[in-house]
Design a protein around this ligand. Structure first.
Ligand code: SF4
Length: 234
């Protein structure tokens, strides 16, 4: 699909809901996978997609710094929806990371720690895919406000990858309505003041009026790097 065709499809999908966008992605891209950290958006997407296609390809990254609740939710999803979830970990173990970069690297360089624990395994998971479905929403903050439903990226090996954002138009409220209406499991930490959940060292509960991603990395950055390490084509 060339750039003009991708843009035209993306614009026409603006009138569609996430389910129709997922159906489009499954029909159009033979090698397609959903990535999720089992946040509310990922839970909604995986539940929705599992109802469309039984041979769903889902991958998730386990940084070895996840909350126990997040790991339990992943197992709950596998059992509930009967899906295969590929769990990826960094090529460098925590022990190797500690030896080379020192313990508690996340206190000195969240960029380096995220590169080792999140970006490297994500980069590996995306190899060979035609398309990558992610749970980004425009209203999650400034860094995501400009996303399109279909985007094209250049990989380092020179190949292209289409990123599909079926929830781009959804709000936080839309997401939670879907979860509640469809009795989709979610991380119980969301009932304890968290609005966005990643690794335990870099995630804090926030106040009612606070930006939803402000509890991540102490507000020092908004993205771990998995959505920014590739160059988006113009
Ligand atoms: S979120 Fe924190 S603990 Fe997790 S990979 Fe990034 S820096 Fe490391």
């Amino acid at each position: 699909m060339d750039a003009a065709e991708l843009k035209a499809h993306s614009e026409s999908l603006e009138a569609e809901g996430p389910e129709a966008i997922l159906r489009f992605a499954f029909a159009r891209f033979p090698k397609v996978a959903i990535s999720t950290a089992f946040g509310p958006e990922g839970c909604a997407l995986v539940a929705m997609a599992a109802g469309i296609r039984s041979d769903l390809k889902v991958f998730t990254v386990d940084t070895d710094f996840l909350f126990a609740e997040s790991v339990a939710l992943r197992e709950q999803f596998i059992a509930r929806y009967g899906i295969q979830v590929e769990v990826l970990r960094g090529a460098v173990s925590i022990e190797e990371q500690n030896q080379k970069w020192g313990v508690r690297l996340f206190e000195r360089s969240t960029d380096q720690c995220c590169a080792l624990r999140k970006v490297e395994p994500t980069r590996r998971a995306l190899k060979g895919l035609d398309a990558w479905i992610a749970g980004l929403r425009r209203d999650q903050g400034q860094s995501r406000a400009g996303i399109d439903i279909l985007e094209s990226y250049d990989r380092e090996d020179g190949t292209s990858l289409v990123k599909v954002n079926p929830l781009a138009r959804w709000t936080r409220k839309d997401t939670w309505k879907y979860l509640v209406d469809n009795a989709v499991p979610y991380n119980p930490l969301y009932d304890r003041g968290y609005k966005s959940i990643g690794c335990w060292p870099c995630t804090a509960p926030v106040g009612d009026g606070d930006d939803e991603r402000s509890g991540r990395w102490g507000g020092q950055k908004a993205e771990c790097g998995i959505h920014t390490f590739m160059s988006r084509k113009a």
